[in-house]
Design a protein around this ligand. Structure first.
Ligand code: AP5
Ligand code: MG
Length: 227
């Protein structure tokens, strides 16, 4: 059964952490717009050069660049079984274009998972985050440390800190979430698609709640398909 999910929440809420677990269990394509942009920057492409200025400052990359990148990605065959969009749509313009393009197609949205956390906890999570350069696995030097400092448990890759993981740019990312992304959440709430998850809990507890939402959706909709 197809499963199309949007995962939302402010910087550091745990979107990437939960996405890794969802991708592994439900076998759907994880599309993180932040990761896609960072990849473009690493490869020094034209898109990467344009996006980098905004990302470093904690501002949203212009809608037209982001929308084109996501629509191209969604047209790839690995999305036919479902997708998990992490960090998109992040503005009402992105949501409106996205809804118009995917509505009445098998790619419309089934669930919106909204991770909620107190602001104080987010700062600690972000400044202590480390990421694997090779496989993208996410660690935290306080709450989820690697077995060996600076080395990824999964693939032995080098761990690094993101260029936008500093207080100044985090402040802007939080502000942009409030101003530009909260209306997107309101929009999907009106469509009864949003499931709020308390993401201030431990990673294990947050994951148990996320799994429950997805499993309940699948159980209800598999029954409907069988009827
Ligand atoms: P993006 O990469 O999406 O960054 P973000 O939204 O700021 O979110 P993060 O990736 O920082 O946090 P996360 O929620 O994934 O948390 P994680 O799981 O890593 O976007 C970056 C930039 O790209 C944007 O600012 C913008 O410029 C641009 N961009 C992206 N999409 C765009 C769009 N659609 N339009 C325009 N521009 C766009 O966890 C964080 C840390 O906390 C980790 O260390 C983790 O181990 C730890 N942690 C996670 N869960 C828990 C828990 N439950 N308890 C304790 N620790 C935890
Ligand atoms: Mg992320």
């Amino acid at each position: 059964m197809k499963l199309n999910i949007l995962i939302m929440g402010p910087a550091g809420a745990g979107k990437g952490t939960m996405s890794e677990l969802i991708e592994k269990k439900y076998n759907i394509a994880h599309i993180s717009t932040g990761d896609m942009f960072r990849n473009e920057i690493k490869n020094n492409t034209q898109l990467g050069q344009r996006a980098s200025e905004y990302i470093k400052q904690g501002l949203l990359v212009p809608d037209e660049l982001t929308i084109e990148m996501v629509l191209n990605r969604l047209s790839q065959p690995d999305c036919d079984n479902g997708y998990l969009l992490d960090g998109f749509p992040r503005s009402l313009i992105q949501a409106n274009v996205f809804d118009t393009k995917v509505i009445e197609t098998p790619k419309d949205v089934n669930l919106v998972i909204n991770l909620t956390v107190d602001k104080e906890a987010l700062i600690d999570r972000i400044v202590n985050r480390r990421i694997c350069r090779k496989c993208g696995a996410v660690y935290n030097i306080n709450t989820l440390p690697p077995k060996q400092e600076g080395i990824c448990d999964e693939c032995g890759g080098e761990l690094y800190q993101r260029a936008d993981d500093n207080r100044e740019s985090l402040e802007r990312r939080m502000q942009s979430y409030e101003v530009e992304t909260t209306p997107v959440l309101t929009h999907y709430k009106r469509l009864n698609l949003v499931h709020d998850i308390n993401a201030s809990q431990t990673i294990e507890k947050v994951w148990a709640d996320v799994e429950k939402v997805i499993d309940e959706y699948l159980a209800q909709n598999t029954q409907k398909e069988e009827m």
